[in-house]
Design a protein around this ligand. Structure first.
Ligand SMILES: NC(=O)c1ccc[n+]([C@@H]2O[C@H](COP(=O)([O-])OP(=O)(O)OC[C@H]3O[C@@H](n4cnc5c(N)ncnc54)[C@H](O)[C@@H]3O)[C@@H](O)[C@H]2O)c1
Length: 328
């Protein structure tokens, strides 16, 4: 099978490429990535595999996308501006990559009659009190990031309904694991704790997210690639809801660091309190389930960052010390 992966130099895309080529050595994967925030060329630098090729390019560019889509079987669209805080300070790149980029991919899959898997997010449903969002739950995005992802979903749905395109939407909760940008919650805490530096925590630290180990997410996408139904959407959760402060304490505990490193700072505007997905559909219909407990995934993630200092050597964790740049 030939896959066009977009955003493959980022966190989830790079894990997906490595994992897929290991599991399915006959697959041919082309990766288009513009090298924007979240990307790291080191993610796939060691990948010497004739079945893999990289094109530096922007998914907004219809000509490049059209050409690549014509030579693939399935497009898996990971490419996105993914950083909530950045979307608050400047929404424009999010409109460009996440909506205009989506449009150019949809035009190409329509023209060449190819299949699309659109990687979306639980954030499209906004903050929830005690319930969990199932696949048909109404959208209620809070940040420009979440709104851009919801917009992309709407476009996909319209191309399925109007042009009979073959597309599936996946919505995942917070991923963690190797190769995630140190701007994001878990790597940032690990790197600051490693250097015995203060760990800023937004608000009360009680915000809740569901967490899934990135390789579980990759397996869910592969399951959807083989068994997912055209026009459907699938929620993907780790069934692992935890608040931020508990996560920070768990990391400090595993690393043998003092809780004194934690310090609380002003909350970010529009900070959603809780995301929660009902993911029974993928569990029951496609028989996928997450395999990593949070403890096992966290230990593996911490070991990876400790053993791969070279990977983040030139990346600052101090980019914005007013707090976490991200609650992921
Ligand atoms: N990280 C999570 O917890 C999470 C959860 C749910 C959904 N998602 C979704 O999964 C996808 C991947 O997330 P991630 O955490 O790996 O993000 P990331 O920021 O680590 O990687 C995104 C990649 O996309 C590339 N990119 C962005 N805009 C592009 C463009 N216009 N053209 C080409 N490449 C472009 C970037 O260069 C980067 O390599 C995103 O669509 C995100 O919305 C992420």
């Amino acid at each position: 099978m030939r896959l066009l992966v977009t955003g493959g130099l980022g966190f989830i895309g790079s894990n997906f490429i490595l994992h897929t080529l290991e599991k399915y050595p006959d697959f041919k994967i082309t990766n288009i990535d513009a090298g924007l925030p979240g990307s790291n060329v080191k993610n796939l630098a060691r990948l010497k595999n004739k079945k893999y090729s990289y094109v530096k390019g922007n998914i907004i560019n219809k000509k490049i996308v059209d050409n690549l889509v014509s030579r693939t079987d399935v497009v898996i669209n990971f490419a996105a501006e993914s950083h909530v805080d950045r979307s608050i300070s400047d929404p424009r790149p999010f409109i460009d990559s996440n909506i205009v980029g989506m449009y150019s991919i949809l035009e190409a899959i329509k023209k060449h009659k190819k299949k699309l898997i659109q990687i979306s997010t639980d954030e499209v449903f906004g903050s929830l009190k005690s319930d969990s969002a199932h696949e048909k739950f109404p959208f209620n995005p809070s940040s420009p990031y979440a709104a851009s992802k919801a917009s992309a979903e709407m476009l996909v749905k319209s191309y399925v309904t109007t042009y009979d395109c073959d597309a599936i939407i996946t919505r995942c909760t917070n991923n963690y694991g190797p190769r995630q940008s140190p701007e994001k919650l878990i790597p940032k805490v690990i790197l600051l704790a490693e250097k015995n530096q203060k760990i800023p925590i937004y608000g009360t630290g009680k915000n809740i997210r569901d967490w899934i180990f990135v390789l579980d997410h990759c397996d869910a996408i592969l399951k959807i690639l083989f068994k997912g139904k055209k026009g459907e959407s699938y929620n993907i959760a780790g069934k692992n809801e935890i608040n931020n402060i508990t996560i920070v304490k768990k990391i400090l505990n595993i690393m043998g660091k003092s809780k004194e490193l934690m310090h609380f700072i002003k909350d970010r505007p529009g900070h959603d309190f809780r995301y929660s997905l009902d993911s029974e559909k993928i569990y029951n219909e496609l028989h996928w389930k997450s395999t990593y407990s949070f403890e096992k995934g966290l230990e593996r993630t911490i070991s990876w960052y400790i053993e791969n200092k070279e990977w983040y050597k030139n990346i600052s964790t101090k980019e914005n010390d007013s707090g976490f740049l991200e609650t992921r």
